[in-house]
Ligand binder design. Structure first.
Ligand code: KG4
Ligand code: ZN
Length: 366
């Protein structure tokens, strides 16, 4: 028996056939508590076996924004039950998991700790692998979960905390083409909603109100447009809107709708201009003239007006847009489980002493 084993060890190994992995994902970096089970392998779309998201909107609504302490407590209260329900929905048990993946950053430290401690404890108890996931990477890889988008691809990552253009070259390999110099775009949506009294969370409210508004009513700046490079800025836009709106107070319904529409149009123009520059940069470095993959990710990518604009921009510039369904753009754990699958397939697992990283940039500038 021992002899057989040693003979086998000296034999060249046949490459192991790619196989599916089943991973439990946990997301607690901000104000959604989420758990999901995903099965699959890199190179083919994954199968979402369960995907549960519990938003803490009601808890934070009175404050008009996320309160870290309230968020952390809510994660503690709900995460265990949500994980049990995600496993139940998938008709699987912890023992069936090839790994547990939890968001380790960037985000609010208290919330990250809740998800990380839980994920590590479950991995330890189940004798399974643990993967510490970068939340931004999870957003950026979602297109591969839904459409197996091949590397390399251009990503516009637009969320509550970030606004970046990246080139995704592979798992863990990103180049920063542009980023915001001040506010994140989702943050600008949220502040605009607060200014106009549209409620929280702001992005979906601004989109809803903008539908009935006149986008030409307010004359708002399009910061950074026309300049070289792919950096963003939203502070000037926010200030200009505040000045014009303050003059009008109290706001009528149509004032609100027009302001929302004008703001959203300015954001759309800005995102389009900056993304066009990044596309041209990527195109110049590419060989051949076949269409190149372009991915939009993060909560703001749920916005239908912005998606439509980016879709026609992609067509003009010789790119093909992959936009995940809105529920996979906003924070969820399926994207975390999928990032876990991508890393596990490369043997990239993490130790159980991994800690939270409130700041965890995905990429350096080229
Ligand atoms: O990715 P995400 O769920 O959380 C972060 O990682 O930040 O993004 C949340 C952000 C919020 O600022 C929210 O207002 C924005 O995404 N958002 C939207 C829409 N849905 C969510 N912004 C514009 N239009 C939407 N439909
Ligand atoms: Zn996010």
């Amino acid at each position: 028996m021992g002899k057989m084993d040693s003979t086998q060890d000296t034999m060249p190994r046949a490459p192991t056939a790619p196989r599916d992995f089943t991973v439990l994902g946990i997301e607690t970096s901000c104000d959604e508590t989420a758990a999901s089970v995903v099965r699959g392998r890199p190179g083919a779309p994954g199968q979402i076996l369960s995907n549960l998201v519990l938003s803490q909107f009601d808890e934070h609504a009175p404050y008009g924004g996320v309160v870290p302490e309230i968020a952390a407590r809510a994660h503690v209260d709900h995460l265990d039950g949500l994980i049990a329900a995600a496993l139940r929905d998938a008709d699987l048990s912890l023992a069936d998991m090839d790994a547990v993946a939890a968001t380790a950053g960037p985000g609010l430290t208290g919330g990250l700790m809740v998800g990380l401690v839980t994920g590590k404890a479950l991995a330890f108890a189940a004798h399974t692998a643990f993967v510490a996931v970068n939340h931004l990477e999870a957003h950026a890889l979602t297109a591969r979960l839904v459409a197996a988008t091949p590397f390399p691809y251009l990503v516009l990552l637009v969320s509550g905390g970030h606004c970046q253009l990246l080139e995704a070259r592979g798992v863990g390999a990103y180049t920063l083409l542009g980023t915001t110099r001040d506010d994140a775009v989702g943050e600008a949506f949220d502040k605009t909603a607060k200014l106009l009294g549209l409620g929280y969370p702001g992005g979906p409210q601004v989109e809803k109100w903008a539908r009935d508004g006149n986008s030409a009513r307010f004359d708002l700046p399009r910061p950074m447009t026309g300049r070289p490079g792919a950096d963003f800025s939203f502070a000037g836009l926010k200030t200009a809107l505040r000045q014009q709106v303050t003059r009008l107070a109290p706001l009528s319904r149509s004032d609100r709708a027009d302001a929302a529409a004008s703001f959203q149009a300015a954001v759309a123009d800005t995102l389009e201009d900056r993304t066009r520059n990044a596309m041209r940069q990527v195109r110049a470095a590419a060989t051949g003239d076949r269409p190149l993959p372009f991915v939009v990710a993060g909560g703001v990518a749920a916005n239908k007006v912005l998606r439509a604009r980016l879709d026609s921009l992609a067509a003009q510039e010789g790119f093909i847009l992959t936009a995940p369904p809105p529920a996979l753009c906003t924070d969820n754990a399926a994207m975390v489980a999928w990032a876990g699958i991508e890393r596990l397939a490369l043997g990239l697992t993490d130790k159980l002493d991994t800690g939270p990283r409130a700041r965890w940039p995905l990429a350096q500038r080229a």
